[in-house]
Design a protein around this ligand. Sequence first.
Ligand code: HGY
Ligand code: MN
Ligand code: MN
Ligand code: MN
Length: 418
Amino acid sequence: MTQPKIDVLVPDSDRMWADIMELSSIVDDRSPGWSREVFSEPYKASRDWTLQRMRDAGLEASIDAAGNIVGRLAGKNPNAPAIMTGSHTDTVHSGGRFDGIVGVMGAIEAARMLQESGTRLTSDLIVVDFLGEEANPFGVSCIGSRAIAGVLDPTHLERQDADGVSMAAAMAKFGLDPAAAVAMAWKPSDVKSYIELHVEQGPMLENAGTEIGVVTSIAGIERLMAVFTGRADHAGTTPMDQRADALIAAAEAILTVERVGCGAPIHGVTTTGKIATGQGAFNVVPDSSTIWAEIRSIDPSWLSGARRRIADQIAEDAAKRGVEVAIDLLNDQDPVPASQSMQDTVARAADSLGLSWAAVPSGAGHDAAHMAHLGSMGMIFIPSRGGRSHCPDEWTDKEHLGSGVQVLTSTLINLDQA
Ligand code: HGY
Ligand code: MN
Ligand code: MN
Ligand code: MN
């Protein structure tokens, strides 16, 4: 089959933009920015909206046991392994309108473009809106893509939020089937390759004035929760050297987390995203506190070393203060390289469209990291204004969105012919 002249496959960027803005209206608007967190009411309402959007675009769509919305555009050979693309539409609290969403709406637009241009792939095209990609109170991100990849396990279901509610209970309340989700596992023979369009969420492309990012690898993520137990004492009468102050121990731990990140050789970052403390009175030495932190790197050895160094230092410092500490370490995902052949395919697509591109790592985690279990994985980045994301200022220009969808569509066609 001759490759259709790719410039005939021009996305209807206004149509896509309208979809993105309409989806961004299905949020919890009590907080600034855009909040559509997993298992929330707005998220539940948005699942029906996205399902209908996929069906309107000619995809045979349904929701699986793990809550993924899976759309299929039949190819010429139903026995050929599928080409898969997608992303997520849940957000962080007070997040933006583009993280994940451009990958789902862009994939739906690519499906429309293929049909409108009469381009029939050999393989089925599978478009997925994965359930719950963002980190959540259970500490388990990428719920839906883990299920499809067959790596969602009972230990994930057992994890509880601060109120002692398990993730299994939250999934069941949302109308899902946790046991079936854990039992799910697409086979590598089902999927030929997976490609995801996503906003960069960082400053590299914009700083370089580059239109497309060819993702080389996705950072691994280790999470750490440290619960400090000290001793409540009178703030006025207890000498400074006779305290077991849980909040000071937590503060020292937060600085340890930051110091290890600042020492990272290549891409490596550390963040303490949250701290909680006990009764919180001016005049009582705090007897309890908790911190939630994460460590990320594309370098597996630095990542595991940093995790150990941070945990050991926190334990040593707390002991010096007479404060007990319980450290819970959770491997959220390992660093995952994108296949070289996929990187080459994306780069060729960008070149064929006359778009500038650069090979870049992803400091953000993605569903693609789990889809790499099924087949050759790749990602396409488009620029984020000011490198901002996970905040209301998150923004990507419409023309960059259009370029990204053109590269996505060209890549899908090339993967189908490979
Ligand atoms: O946290 C992340 O990296 C992704 O945005 N969920
Ligand atoms: Mn994302
Ligand atoms: Mn995100
Ligand atoms: Mn495969």
